[in-house]
Ligand binder design. Structure first.
Ligand SMILES: [Zn+2]
Length: 335
């Protein structure tokens, strides 16, 4: 099964570019004899923290030794995007939505030049792997910055920007703060996905849907606590972007065997499987699918069903989604 899963045509919807981590690796590759950047080391044990605090600790631990601003060049952004796309192609990913929202990249280079650099890599990667971009709005940076970022994102639809992603501290920065920014994105024709139901309960998912009009939910695993919400997600085809290793590493689920994915699948909720922050979490889409397949005893049909849901929920025009759905449904076993 693992080999078969690796060869399956795939779609990934929830994948952060992790700009600073990838730039650090690139710097290490370019100057192997000059250890100017300290190796990542643990500032504090992430295991001592839970939820969003643990994610912060993991990021902080991996960020030890600040990368000089000079590393933020458009050439380097193109290279790290190309690296990510080459990795995706190696796992037979046919379509991927890459999220980017790092403040240093946007402030050092500007939003548009950053996306131009990414788009250059994306054009070179085709026809191996098609890609589009989501611009991440980070809650902790407040509603004004959110609106400014969305305005810039909306002006970059020619650079493969197809949606926005609201991410960050769910508990302390409620969705109401970002309604204007999200309305602006929707008016510009961008898709809306919101990180919700990860660190906070099902209410955060209801609010993301009703207040922000989220078409997809990042994580959303805590939907399983509310049967009415499960029914709503199924009936209205609101897709959940499930990231199993991320949930496990952040202490949100005790084991993959106990992952809410089982209940979500049973309830008929459209679910997808994704790698979230693959470098930070040391994972990839094949590992994610292989792990949940084994832990939950999923059939090959269920695994390809996950890919079909992802194709269906991609922020692409209907015709493109349909042909992608067909592409991922043709499994090696079936053809
Ligand atoms: Zn995420």
């Amino acid at each position: 099964m693992p080999h078969l899963i690796r060869t399956l045509p795939k779609v990934e919807l929830h994948l952060h570019l992790e700009t600073s981590l990838r730039l650090r690796r690139l710097l290490g590759q370019q100057h192997p004899d000059e250890p100017t950047i300290a190796d990542p080391h643990l500032i504090a044990d992430p295991g001592a923290f839970t939820g969003y605090d643990r994610l912060r600790r993991l990021r902080y631990a991996n960020r030890a030794g600040r990368i000089p601003d000079e590393v933020y060049t458009t050439e380097n952004i193109t290279r790290i995007t190309a690296d990510l796309l080459a990795a995706a192609a190696a796992h037979n990913v046919r379509y991927v939505e890459i999220r980017v929202g790092g403040r240093r990249g946007f402030t050092t280079l500007g939003v548009r030049p950053m996306l131009e650099a990414m788009a250059e890599a994306a054009a070179d990667a085709e026809p191996g792997v098609h890609s589009a971009f989501l611009v991440t709005v980070v809650r902790e940076r407040g509603p004004e910055e959110a609106e400014a970022i969305v305005t810039e994102a909306a002006a970059c639809r020619d650079l493969r920007v197809v949606g926005i992603d609201l991410a960050g501290d769910e508990a302390n920065y409620p969705p109401a703060m970002f309604m204007r920014a999200v309305d602006k994105a929707r008016a510009a024709g961008l898709g809306i996905t919101v990180h919700a139901g990860e660190f906070t309960g099902p209410t955060s998912i209801w609010i993301a849907i009703h207040q922000l009009g989220a078409q997809r939910i990042g994580h959303g695993i805590r939907a399983v606590e509310d049967p009415d919400l499960l029914a709503y997600l199924r009936e209205h085809q609101v897709t959940l972007e499930i990231c199993p290793t991320s949930n496990l590493r952040l202490g949100l689920v005790p084991s993959l065997a106990d992952h809410p994915l089982r209940t979500l699948l049973k309830a008929g909720v459209p679910v997808t499987v994704n790698s979230d922050d693959p470098m930070l979490l040391k994972t990839d889409l094949t590992k994610e699918l292989t792990a949940v397949q084994a832990a939950l005893g999923l059939s090959l049909e269920t695994v390809t069903g996950l890919m079909r849901h992802a194709a269906h929920a991609a922020f692409l025009p209907q015709a493109a989604r349909q042909s992608l759905e067909q592409e991922v449904t043709q499994t090696p076993a079936a053809s």
